[in-house]
Design a protein around this ligand. Structure first.
Ligand code: 6MZ
Length: 365
């Protein structure tokens, strides 16, 4: 697939799970190391990592395996650094990265120390300047709104804005979900802007998470929900009635819920490859992207799990262009409109708009 042009276009990524976005090479290296220590059998792990198509159930089994490989502080820091560098090299100029804070008493990991390791990863990024905090605290905030910064020796370095969403896994209890929201509030000054509800959609109940989500909202955090990955209409209606700032997927909405979504104008994070690979949507030409796009419903293209599904944001744009017959100009507009749905503050939105304005001139659009 020709992704060259899409790679040169600035893009905004709003739905990317940290542990789903790891390079295969890193996962294999981590698997080999645990295999040598006798903790896992590497050959079993290898074919699971390299497998192409997976059902949604298999994807969640894979995440359990990935978490065994990655959940120690040093590795969390490493994967965060690599994931940000990979998105930046795909010309993603704003990344909202989501991850589930994890507790693992056996290795002295708390949800807080997990997040500290993530933030350390943001600080360790070396190929690009990272702006990850709403103030000057802790990050290398630049005043230059352009997508590149001048350095003292006159060379130009790239820059990426990164903001964090803390995910609540649907396996969690109400208390654990509340702990995650409180942690998000503590970490606002290092770039946490919202809460995501994700995890295996056939596990857990909406009412378990509602108190924590209500509290998050009261405290001014933005919320995005995985909504309608499976056809649970009662839950879909309850989620839409909650009026989250965004939803992810929206695959299995029956007519009434579909109309409710369209009336609500809640922006939808569309993950084409993920939906096709997991067979949540049988074929790309029947994907609900087309209906939403034609109705001018707010939407954004996202990768979901670029490692697990071997994709990139440029690829997602290329796939949408080919599948739905859209022009470069239309896709550029789609990318630029995504700026309206970010959870970061108005200063960032303004700077992103300038980046897109400059790019429009450069790309002759
Ligand atoms: C629902 C998903 C997901 O948080 O450990 N996750 N949840 N649907 C999906 N569609 C395929 N893809 C990923 O990243 C991995 C976690 O993100 C959620 C799952 O809870 C998974 O364990 P973190 O960084």
């Amino acid at each position: 697939m020709e992704i060259g042009w899409w790679a040169s276009m600035p893009k905004v990524e709003l739905h990317a799970h940290l542990n789903g976005s790891i390079r295969d090479s890193t996962l294999l290296e981590l698997g080999k190391a645990l295999g040598e220590k006798g903790i896992i059998v590497f050959s079993d792990v290898e074919h699971v990592i390299l497998k192409e198509d997976r059902s949604l159930t298999e994807v969640f089994k894979l995440f359990d395996l990935i978490h065994i490989l990655t959940t120690d502080h040093k590795t969390v820091t490493r994967i965060t650094k690599e994931v940000v560098e990979d998105f930046a090299s795909d010309n993603v100029v704003y990344l909202e990265l989501r991850t589930t804070p994890k507790r693992n008493d056996a290795i002295g990991m708390s949800k807080r120390s997990y997040m500290d390791a993530v933030i350390e990863g943001l600080r360790n990024v070396s190929t690009v300047d990272v702006d990850f905090a709403p103030t000057n605290i802790g990050s290398r905030r630049m005043v230059n709104p352009a997508h590149v910064n001048s350095t003292c020796n006159g060379t130009m370095t790239k820059k990426i804005y990164v903001r964090l969403l803390l995910s609540i896994d649907r396996r969690e209890t109400s208390a654990s979900a509340m702990e995650t929201v409180k942690l998000a509030l503590e970490l606002r000054d290092v770039g946490v802007v919202g809460i995501d509800l994700s995890g295996n959609p056939i596990v857990g109940e909406w009412k378990t998470f509602l108190p924590a989500l209500n509290f998050a909202r009261e405290q001014g955090l933005s919320i995005t929900l995985h909504c309608g990955e499976v056809p649970n209409q009662d839950e879909i209606h309850a989620m839409l009635d909650f009026l989250p700032e965004r939803i992810g997927h929206a695959c299995c909405l029956e007519e009434e819920a579909w109309e409710k979504l369209k009336t609500s104008k809640i922006p939808v994070e569309i993950c084409l490859t993920s939906n096709i690979r997991t067979n949540t949507i049988p074929a790309i030409d029947g994907h609900h992207f087309a209906d939403l796009y034609n109705a001018s419903h707010p939407l954004t293209l996202c990768t979901d799990d670029s490692g697990v599904f071997s994709t990139s944001l440029s690829k997602e744009y290329a796939i949408a262009t080919a599948a739905f017959g859209l022009s470069r100009g239309e896709m550029f507009k789609l990318a630029r409109n995504t700026v309206e749905f970010v959870f970061a503050d108005d200063d960032v939105v303004r700077e992103l708009k300038e980046i897109f304005a400059l790019a429009a001139k450069k790309l002759d659009l």
